[in-house]
Design a protein. Structure first.
Length: 171
């Protein structure tokens, strides 16, 4: 009886380690430009990243915003073209690439995104819904946090208040 070859697909264990890639987050700083030259969908835009300097007392100081080139191909390019607009907050996964400038030959960096989409944790509008810049607003940060709300006691309700006529509710 012969032993199984460990390199055959039937005897190999599946690789269960997660696939890890470089990530990029920021906002779309320029209108994304889609092209389909030579049958290869390509999306290009400049992205901004806001940076902060964090201090020991918990405060932070905003540093200058940096801008970077983002390029996506194939499915990521088509998805980005359909869904991303200027000023959208996004996440991208992929890799950094050094591509020389076509005119000067000087090296320049760009992020090649193979997965691209909205950063839902930092957006307060529905993706896919019609929106304008005036509809987008910062979340209300003045609402009390859970820690503050825990100390609030509810007002005692008298029995007479419960039995009083209540207004009709819309169904």
């Amino acid at each position: 009886m012969s032993e199984h070859d460990p390199t055959t697909p039937a005897s190999r264990e599946p690789d269960v380690t997660p696939e890890l890639e470089a990530g990029f987050y920021g906002f779309v700083a320029t209108t994304p430009k889609f092209s389909d030259e030579n049958g290869k969908p390509t999306l290009f835009f400049r992205a901004g990243q806001i940076h902060y300097d964090y201090h020991p007392d918990g405060s932070r100081t905003q540093l200058p915003t940096t801008f970077h080139s983002i390029v996506a191909f194939d499915g990521a390019a088509m998805h980005g073209d359909r869904h991303l607009q200027k000023r959208d907050v996004f996440l991208a996964f992929g890799r950094m690439d050094d591509k020389p400038h076509p005119e000067t030959g000087a090296p320049r960096q760009r992020f090649i995104a193979n997965r691209l989409g909205h950063d839902m944790a930092r957006m307060n509008y529905d993706v896919g819904s019609p929106r304008r810049t005036v509809d987008m607003h910062k979340p209300d940060r003045e609402q009390p946090g859970r820690e503050q709300a825990r100390g609030v006691a509810f007002a005692h309700v008298e029995a007479e208040q419960v039995e009083a006529e209540q207004p009709a509710r819309a169904m």
